[in-house]
Design a protein around this ligand. Structure first.
Ligand code: PEP
Ligand code: MG
Length: 623
């Protein structure tokens, strides 16, 4: 950690940013209709006004406040600066004790920057003269400083650019923290437009107020889509720079089937979409009737269609969509909805609700899968420290290094298992990568069982213990894992990302993310074969289970249990009832012989259309 850590200040004044797009001389430029394309992640159409949640820390839009609010912005700025100073002082002290003087110099350097009036005074001046928000003043002030460092001849100074950005983020965190409470201002119905939406934000949204989501980042199977599906609202992600093109109140159409987002639509477009919304409503009425019908193929083979949920509140939607139980309960949302870890009792109550709502139907409870793109409030430090969180300490890895927390959840699950017929509640471990993890997870489960037995607390002693197969190592070695698991559930969302080395949340590589990739098909096939040989059930609970394009393939490969969001169950059931297993097997055989994912997708779509002609385009406005 060498380099220049002492802060001596920089002379000269910063350059302040000019007007943002859409503003000139204080007025907003008249908008014209703009059609944008993103990634469709939750079906349906929403039309409404935008509510913009701009959480990005490195690009803060220039916003002005009324004259009367200028003193408030000065105060916010002062508060953010002094809160950051306090944090840095504490960090400085702690680091000196733990790591020594040299390491602590970093924070001393940051403190030095923050205490320099040549940095902070121009921020106040900007608020005063131009009436901008405190966050924009901070953003502009730090950017100017970073530019000055970047332009220096001395390489040691140039390396300080990252420090400046880091410090800017620290200060902005205090302002954007307040700013994020803007979500609480969401009073009426609106389409939420954001750069990204954290799981905690999405989870905290009041249902009924949000008509749809549009984000500028994200991929096909990220949490935004999963939340939107759970909420039954349309969503489009990966809509590049959408937050820069809208402001609160901009009218927007979100087409969650085609991935189209239309800003400031003209009258003719609005009417076209209104007609489409009516058609979709009719189509949905037809699908509802399906819920009552058995889920069997034309040749009489039953398929278990289950629902994926993030909270027990979603169970009624699963049941009314024809779901036969819950194939995946993503319990991490229990952690995300709170600033602290849930207690054993809170776990138990949530699982008890599931059992009560399901009235004897099965539920597979997955132990928490935090980390990667889902961090709970108290994991802030981990989030900041992990350079590659998708490959980091997530899921079962996190549980196995936090045994107290893991055991509290297992106790909750086991206690709930006593409330249902034996075998109804199952437990499943996510992201299992090696046999040792499975052994250890089972060992701790047994430990908890023993404790409960000693305490005289009831549980299902034969509870089925499964694992998600979502890492290539587990898929490749499925035969061995089958000796340690009572069932497998294939998590295609992660299996695709890890097999293809494509971040599932990154819109820049979304075109490469495809469960129809031949490598993924091969892995799925071998997991099913391993399960069959070991006589353990295999299901799929990734998004592929809810995609019509995948249904014939998955049935043809041998799956008889699919678990997906409630919103997808009716269409998948309709397709299942329209095919025979031998048709599906022929499709799977052919698909497995094609070597390009684009060609496999095209082939699967064509085959699906033969069964249901309007499968993909019946709900699209383009037809
Ligand atoms: C998966 O990876 O396919 C899965 C179902 O888990 P999650 O989407 O919660 O990572
Ligand atoms: Mg997963």
């Amino acid at each position: 950690m060498s380099g220049v850590w002492a802060w001596g200040g920089l002379s000269g004044r910063g350059r302040w940013g000019g007007c943002a797009r859409g503003e000139a001389g204080g007025g907003r430029i008249e908008q014209r209709m703009m059609v944008m394309k993103g990634i469709a992640v939750s079906p349906g159409i929403a039309v409404g006004e935008c509510f913009v949640l701009d959480e990005e820390r490195r690009r803060i839009p220039r916003r002005t406040v009324p004259l009367a609010q200028v003193p408030v912005e000065h105060e916010r700025l002062d508060r953010a600066l002094s809160a950051s100073r306090a944090e840095l002082m504490e960090l400085n002290g702690r680091t000196r004790e733990d790591l020594g003087e040299e390491a602590a110099k970093i924070f001393a350097f940051h403190l030095g920057m923050l205490s320099d009036p040549t940095l902070t005074k121009p921020m106040h001046e900007l608020v005063e003269k131009e009436g901008v928000t405190a966050e924009f003043a901070v953003y502009t002030g730090f950017n100017a400083l970073a530019d000055r460092f970047a332009a220096m001849k001395d390489a040691a100074f140039r390396t300080k650019v990252d420090d400046v950005h880091d410090l800017a983020m620290r200060v902005l965190k205090h302002l954007i923290g307040e700013h994020s409470s803007k979500l609480k201002e969401l009073s009426g119905e609106a389409v939420l437009v954001a750069r990204d939406l954290t799981p905690s934000q999405a989870f905290g949204l009041e249902r009924g107020k949000v008509l749809g989501f549009v984000t500028s980042t994200g991929g096909k199977t990220g949490h935004v889509g999963i939340f939107a599906q759970a909420m039954g609202i349309p969503a489009v992600v990966g809509c590049a720079r959408v937050t820069e093109r809208v402001s609160d109140g901009t009218v927007v159409i979100v087409d969650g089937d085609s991935g189209t987002v239309i800003l400031d639509p003209d009258q003719a477009t609005l009417e076209r979409y209104k007609r489409l919304q009516e058609r979709v409503a009719l189509f949905n009425i037809g699908l509802k009737e399906l819920a009552e019908l058995p889920c069997v193929t034309l040749d009489g083979v039953p398929v278990d269609l289950m629902g994926n949920i993030g909270s027990p509140e979603e169970i009624p939607a699963v049941l009314s969509a024809g779901g036969q139980g819950v194939g995946l309960y993503r319990t991490e949302y229990l952690y995300l909805s709170n600033d602290r870890e849930p207690t054993e009792e809170e776990h138990f109550q949530a699982y008890k609700s599931c059992v009560e709502l399901l009235k004897g139907k099965p539920v597979t409870i997955r132990t928490m899968d935090l980390g990667a793109d889902k961090y709970a409030g108290d994991q802030g430090e981990q989030e900041a420290a992990e350079r590659n969180p998708m490959l980091g300490r997530r899921s079962i890895r996190l549980c196995l290094t936090n045994l107290g927390m893991f055991k509290r959840q297992l106790r909750g699950i086991l206690r709930a298992s006593a409330l249902a017929p034996a075998g109804t509640v199952r437990v499943m471990f996510p992201l299992v990568t090696n046999i040792e993890e499975m052994r250890r997870a089972r060992f701790f489960l047994n430990d908890v069982m023993e404790d409960l037995r000693e305490e005289g607390v009831g549980y299902d002693g034969d509870i089925k213990v499964g694992m998600m197969v979502e890492v290539p190592s587990a898929a490749i070695m499925a035969e061995r894992f089958a000796e340690h698991a009572d069932f497998f559930s294939i998590g295609t969302n992660d299996l695709v990302q890890y097999t293809l080395a494509v971040d599932r949340t990154n819109e820049l590589v979304a075109g490469m993310y495809n469960p129809a990739n031949p490598a993924v098909i091969q892995l799925v096939k071998s997991v099913i074969r391993a399960g069959r040989e070991a006589r353990i059930p295999v299901s799929c609970c990734g998004e592929a289970a809810g995609e019509l394009e995948q249904t014939m393939l998955l049935l043809g490969l041998g799956l008889r249990t699919l678990s997906a969001s409630a919103v997808h169950l009716p269409t998948v059931k309709r397709l299942i009832r329209s095919v025979t297993i031998s048709q599906c097997e022929a499709v799977a055989e052919k698909a497995a012989s094609i070597d390009s994912d684009v060609a496999v997708s095209r082939y699967l779509r064509d085959q699906t259309r033969k069964m249901i002609p309007e499968a993909f385009d019946g709900r699209s406005v383009e037809d």
